[in-house]
Design a protein around this ligand. Structure first.
Ligand SMILES: [Zn+2]
Length: 206
């Protein structure tokens, strides 16, 4: 791609770093911004910068938060003894949208994926195991996608909790194998949480 301006070229190259944005789309966005009032572009860049610099992660569940502890964990109406374990914050958003879940979450920050070099220590697994061992947690619901990495992650945590008094279940699989949670429709996802199955049963049937 040939540019008559180094400034445009630089902006396009930066924009094209974003996932799903190729050079053509990047150019279209940059040219769009060029037509906008300078102030509008300033608002956008300031919002992005502020978000990046000031965002916090809840020290209890690792969800994104504006405070030390997120709105979900600090809500007295949520059931603190029921924890839904998810891969990332998009899953929290998807499950919240179903309005079918009244417990709290634990965001792992990914799945165990040896091929990509992601081991248990890079994920928020220890803090989950510690939390359960402290007591006060009745049930963990695993809502990870049913991929090999998802299954490996659940099994790993299950083993870490051997002998600990806690019910472990997985969401019912209305969701096809390999589907990511965020793409599941709200009704299906909501139902799969309500009709969750004990983990031991899930292992036997697979
Ligand atoms: Zn939280």
């Amino acid at each position: 791609m040939e540019f008559s301006s180094k400034l445009i070229e630089q902006a396009v190259n930066e924009m094209a770093q974003l996932p799903g944005i190729g050079k053509r789309t990047a150019l279209r966005l940059v040219l769009h911004m060029l037509k906008q009032p300078a102030e509008q572009v300033k608002f956008l860049s300031e919002a992005l910068l502020k978000m990046r610099e000031e965002i916090k992660f809840c020290k209890s569940c690792h969800n994104i938060s504006d405070e030390e502890v997120c709105d979900i964990c600090s809500n007295p109406r949520r059931n603190q003894s029921l924890i839904c374990v998810v891969e990332d914050i998009r899953d929290v958003m998807a499950i919240e949208n179903t309005r079918q879940f009244n417990g709290i979450y634990h965001v792992l920050g990914g799945k165990i994926a040896p091929i990509e070099g992601i081991g248990p220590s890079q994920l928020n697994i220890n803090s989950l195991v510690e939390k359960v061992k402290l007591g006060g947690v009745d049930e963990l619901i695993f809502a990870l996608s049913s991929t090999m990495e998802g299954d490996t992650t659940v099994f790993y945590i299950y083993k870490q909790l051997k002998g600990v008094e806690v019910k472990i279940s997985t969401i019912a699989r209305g969701i096809a194998v390999g589907d990511e949670l965020e793409y599941a429709d709200e009704v299906t996802l909501g139902r799969s949480i309500l009709q969750r199955v004990p983990y031991e049963n899930a292992m036997k049937s697979s």
